[in-house]
Each structure stands twice: as structure tokens, then as C-alpha cells.
Design a protein around this ligand. Sequence first.
Ligand SMILES: NC(=O)c1ccc[n+]([C@@H]2O[C@H](COP(=O)([O-])OP(=O)(O)OC[C@H]3O[C@@H](n4cnc5c(N)ncnc54)[C@H](OP(=O)(O)O)[C@@H]3O)[C@@H](O)[C@H]2O)c1
Length: 241
Amino acid sequence: MTQDLQGKTAVVTGGSKGIGYAIADALAAAGCNVMISARHADEVEEAARTLSDQNPGTVAGIMCDVRKHDDVRQMIAATVERFGGLDVLVNNAGVGKFAAMGELSPDDWHRVIQTNLDGVFFCCHEAIPHLRQQGDSWIINIASLAGKNPFPGGAAYNASKFGLVGFSEALMLDVRQFGIRVNYIMPGSVATHFNDHTPSAQDAWKIQPEDVAELVMTLVRFPSRSLPSRIEIRPTKPPRK
Ligand SMILES: NC(=O)c1ccc[n+]([C@@H]2O[C@H](COP(=O)([O-])OP(=O)(O)OC[C@H]3O[C@@H](n4cnc5c(N)ncnc54)[C@H](OP(=O)(O)O)[C@@H]3O)[C@@H](O)[C@H]2O)c1
């Protein structure tokens, strides 16, 4: 039996644009309450307003830098206070820095690792007590094919996403008996603002954010006895090299 999402509550980090926005949109359209978050308060507010206008679900936004444990604590507390619980945590917020080791500064390293790894840990740490109470809930981590394919210039990003894969698998084993299903999605190139990119018509060959959202919707509707835990998705026809 597929899951009815009406009235469930989700948090989507990095929900102001790109993949996170598309996931929030799809969850809200299915009747979920959704809390989106990101660092830029104006963008969060604007995205939450647009999503609320477009979807029957209830969407709210909050400024949260996932690198800051206190921000994350407040985001989860505000979600539970506003919507009465938490069923789905989507750890989507992430950044990339692509530079050879000689050009990679300690600040670059910390920014990538703290966002892509510490941030996920903080969100899980704060969310799990609430997810446990629901007894049938999800943690969905947006990893990357960079979590299995190293490439030159990828030292920080590869380390963060390989780390996220290991974290997700161990977490899955820790919490599945509580009814919390942990999944991680590993996309290839997605047409978003990632790494200061501006999406354009040239990106038509890439995965679109809505395609990743479609996967998330399949997961949260999956029969609760089964746990798809790792999903890879890549463009069907990338440009020939
Ligand atoms: N695009 C791709 O090709 C691709 C491929 C594989 C995996 N991914 C992964 O997909 C996820 C989403 O990326 P995207 O492609 O949608 O990029 P995007 O368009 O740049 O969106 C990133 C989102 O994360 C937020 N964010 C960044 N740092 C944050 C922080 N410290 N705290 C809270 N929010 C933060 C951004 O908002 P603020 O700047 O306002 O904080 C924004 O909402 C990332 O984890 C990325 O690694 C992307």
C-alpha cells in the first residue's frame, strides 16, 4: 500500500532554489506541510511565498545555515511548533568548490565539509527524536555521483560526498528499527545554480531538478515494509566527449 502524504510534515534544507525547491514544490503539491530553509532570508521568504501560492500544502520558510548547530536546532523546533511533528527530513543544502589541491584553501575545505557533512549531522541529530515519534518517517540525503567517482579538482567535494555516503549507510542501520528509513540519492549533473552556474537552454541534456523531486516522491510513497537505500540518477544522453 502506498503512503498517503496528506498532512505529513517535511523539512527541506536548501529549499530556496534548485533541487531543494523542486522537492519542496512536489511535497507541498502532495499535501505535505513543508518548511524550507537556506542562508539568504530574502530568497527563502520569496520561495516560501511562491510555493504557498502554488500549492495546497502549507509552506513556511526559515533562515538557517546548516553549518550552525543553533540555527538547525531552531529550524527543527520551529517546524515542530508550527506543524506539530516531523515526518520527512531532506538534507539537500550543499556547496561545491572545485580546485586542484594547490589552489584549495583551508577556508574552502571547511566550507564544503561543514556544509555537506556537519550540516547533515546537525539536521539528523535534531530531527531524529521527532522522526522516531512518527514511527514511519524518512531521512533523504542528496549526495552525488561524486560520492563514488573521484575526479581531479574534487578533493573537498569528493571527500564530503564520499563521507555523506558512508554516514547515510551507517545511519540507515542505526535507525531503521525505529521506522526511520534513510535513503541517499546520487545525481549526476543537474541544471541548477550549483557552483554559481546560471541554468540556461544549454542545460537541456542535464537532469532537471523536478526529476530528482520525482524520485523523492517515489521514496516517500514507498510501502513501509521496504527500504530503497541508495539511488543513482544520471543524464540519459550527456554530450559525447
Ligand atoms: N547541481 C548538480 O549538478 C548536483 C549534482 C549532484 C548533487 N548535487 C547536490 O544537490 C544539492 C542541492 O544543490 P543544487 O544543485 O540544487 O544547488 P543550488 O541551486 O546552488 O542550491 C543550493 C541550495 O543550498 C542552500 N545552501 C547552501 N549552503 C547552505 C548552508 N550552509 N546552509 C543552508 N543552506 C545552504 C542554498 O541557499 P543559500 O545560498 O541561501 O544558503 C540553496 O538553497 C547539493 O547537496 C549538491 O551537492 C547537485
